[in-house]
Design a protein around this ligand. Sequence first.
Ligand code: PLP
Length: 521
Amino acid sequence: MDRDQFRSAAHAAIDDIIGYFDNIPNQRVLPTIAPGYLRPQIPSSPPNQPESWSTIQADVHSQIKPGLTQWQSPNFMAFFPATVTYPSILGEMYSAAFNAPAFNWLCSPACTELETVMMDWMAQALHLPGCFLSTSENKGGGVIQMSASDVVATVMIAARERRVHAQAKSEGLKEGTTDYEDRVMDLRPRLVALSSTQAHSSTAKAALLAGTRYRSIPVELGNDMSLTGAELRGMLENLDADNLTPYFITLCFGSTNSCAVDRFREITEVLKEKPHWQQIWVHIDAAYAGAALIADEWQFIAKDFEEGVDSFNVNMHKWLLVNFDASLLYVRNRNDLTDFLDITPAYLRNPFSESGQVIDYRNWSIPLGRRFRALKIWFVMRSYGLDGMTAFVRKGISLGETFAGLIRSRGDLFEIVTKPAFGLVVFRIKAAGSRPNGEANGALVNGSNGLVQPDEKSDAVTKEVYELINARGEIFITSTVMAGIYAIRVVSANERAEEKFIKRAFEIIVATAEEVLLKKA
Ligand code: PLP
């Protein structure tokens, strides 16, 4: 493809992309194809002769589009949203053109320097404490990674190293000796990473990658599935009794199941109680809900991160108008990463890095090469302004409140399982004659403590309603199991979400619930 062919192909692709977005609300949100649909349509071997862009583009229409789940559809209410906007697409285009895997500052100074500035812009936008700014005296700062999973794996490995090296040094061993190395290796098998049962599975996976143990701490519906200080203390005391060493904890700021927010202040107070608990690395997973910090009314949460929090993560690609991938990691002390992730062979040495005046982001993450992701953040922040970004986040929360109100208005059919939060509503269908905790009182499900109780009949009805709705494909929702309760999750923070779509989703859910309940009557 030469420059003229690129120009016309790019124009055609952009027209096509605009048409795709315009047409999304009319598309079925879930594809109708069967597994394996694509292979028979694509030649089994690559072409020997060049093909024209028009031929390739035609295949995007006929072969790829039918197999897409429409994440940008206003009827996509599943998982968490994955936003994409025109300025972020422009950022991707420039990033693709510059194609600079800027692992060191020298590889393309603009990539590193824009990333540092954008991370500081976002820290301010989210009202994070000053300790996370790159200009802070404590050597804080941020780095853009691919995903929240990469982030938690990176910080957990750094936390493991920080813990074992501090221990070996505190025992008077000298770094570089065999005794020191042996001690570091001996300590690792006793290490335990922690989170509540509600943390995203990426924390368990990170522990697997870090080669340490992992324990999840049960939480209660009565606390809206938030981890409390007392629950953490209980786990830490058990680990002490078993002679195990907790070294890392993920705290939820918007859990995947229900957007639970752990009791940060209570937890960091508990961690002060014993010197070895103070060494635990505290990581906040705010992958989705952290976006809410952009709005003044949620700022109070960020105050809890002033003390006792080592790292914080939010995905701009979920709810902040930047397309995948843009996962922001902030650390209180960059040395916690660079002390352990800086492996510098001769070919990576250069005077700028040696001078210590520049940031080499390869030492803040696992991969060496990295994409120029700061551009799309820059474009989005400038195109929307903080006012536009804040208005967008507030709209998602407000639509969630509308949806929760609709669900509450049909108390005969539905029960809300956890407090609706950040545009997510978790509820279940009430089965007729369901019995709380198996008691034969015939009352509908809410237990005497006002909490939704586990109930097999309601589980079965809810599951059937959920499966029927997704099979019909007018809206796409997800289900979950929490505190032994099968529930439906509806998220209203999609970029194209509007009240009329939320209301239509509610009508579909009501009609399907009534249909299933009638069948079972
Ligand atoms: N944390 C939370 C709360 C999530 O909901 C998710 C995914 O939805 C993740 C982490 C993992 O995100 P990623 O795909 O960026 O690894």
